[in-house]
Design a protein around this ligand. Structure first.
Ligand code: AMP
Length: 286
């Protein structure tokens, strides 16, 4: 029998329950999400279960990270379905705060990410990563997790959070989890349900194009040519338009200049109602 899932909606109750766990020397693994759960989220839970006594998942569609005209309202939500999936996955505590619970007042203080946030998604979503850091810091302070789990699907987010935690001595260990994909290669995403039938058929081209870029990278082709080729491969085979295709160092997200270390080839594609992102991390130690 599975241990029971505890649903908690308020910060004081979550803190009370977790203080109790901590005083019983339980380690806490934390999986922050915006819900509409899929196998990607559940891979984070599986990793958290391996490494901790208690797994806390939060589901909170964070208004602070959506810009004007973005899909905050259209973002898919399914509390009952998520509760079922979280139970099956073995989540111990599901934290489901309302917006007013997380943001009851605003004293005007902001956390500003650095140059990592001006690239890739940061360029077309100004303020997005400010909102991500805001919610993540609040959640870390509330949950006080030993380990916190983030997906490589959102590689820029992960890079910024790792840097924040390192530079500000935030007391949790960040664990990276590989991107989980559909059988046709499309990265699992809550937003995939907002694709039209035809767009869903086209969408795996994003992964194909990144794979092609990876091959070119290992052939020693220059950054600009790789970015062009990947963008062309996408536009030639799909109705979506390119937001960006970009090859950078990882996790610094500075221009890629060869040498050892990791590089990221990332892209964002705009469909009618949905913006999809994906990336490949490439090792350059050769
Ligand atoms: P989200 O609910 O989309 O904000 O995502 C919550 C967490 O799940 C983030 O750390 C994401 O990077 C991660 N995640 C989302 N999709 C995937 C995926 N396909 N594979 C692995 N992790 C994912």
């Amino acid at each position: 029998v599975k241990a029971e899932l505890k649903i908690i909606r308020t910060i004081p109750e979550l803190q009370r329950v977790l203080n109790d766990k901590r005083s019983n020397h339980k380690t806490i693994g934390f999986v922050p999400t915006m819900g509409f759960l899929h196998q990607g989220h559940l891979a984070l839970v599986a990793k958290a279960k391996e490494q901790n006594d208690i797994v806390v998942m939060s589901i909170f569609v964070n208004s602070a990270q959506f810009g004007p005209g973005e899909d905050y309202e259209a973002y898919p939500r399914d509390e009952d379905g998520d509760t079922e999936k979280a139970t099956q996955a073995g989540v111990d505590i599901l934290f489901l705060p309302e917006q007013g619970e997380m943001y009851p007042q605003d004293g005007g203080i902001r956390i500003l990410p650095g140059s990592q946030a001006t690239e890739l998604c940061g360029a077309s979503r100004p303020g997005h990563f400010d909102g991500v850091l805001k919610v993540v810091l609040k959640l870390f302070n509330i949950v006080k997790p030993d380990h916190s789990y983030f997906g490589m699907k959102d590689a820029q987010q992960l890079a910024i959070i790792e840097t924040f935690v390192r530079d500000f001595n935030v007391n949790t260990e960040i664990v990276r989890v590989q991107t989980v994909r559909e059988e046709d290669g499309l990265a699992k995403s809550s937003r995939n349900v907002n694709l039209s039938e035809n767009e869903r058929i086209e969408a795996p081209i994003i992964r194909e194009a990144l794979k092609k870029g990876e091959r070119l990278f290992h052939e020693g082709i220059t950054t600009t040519i790789i970015e062009q080729q990947v963008a062309e491969h996408i536009t030639a085979n799909c109705s979506g338009t390119i937001d960006y295709v970009s090859l950078l160092s990882y996790p610094a997200l500075t221009p890629y200049e060869g040498g050892t270390g990791e590089a990221i080839l990332a892209c964002a594609v705009l469909f009618q109602k949905t913006r999809l992102i994906d990336n490949i991390i490439m090792s350059t130690g050769r």
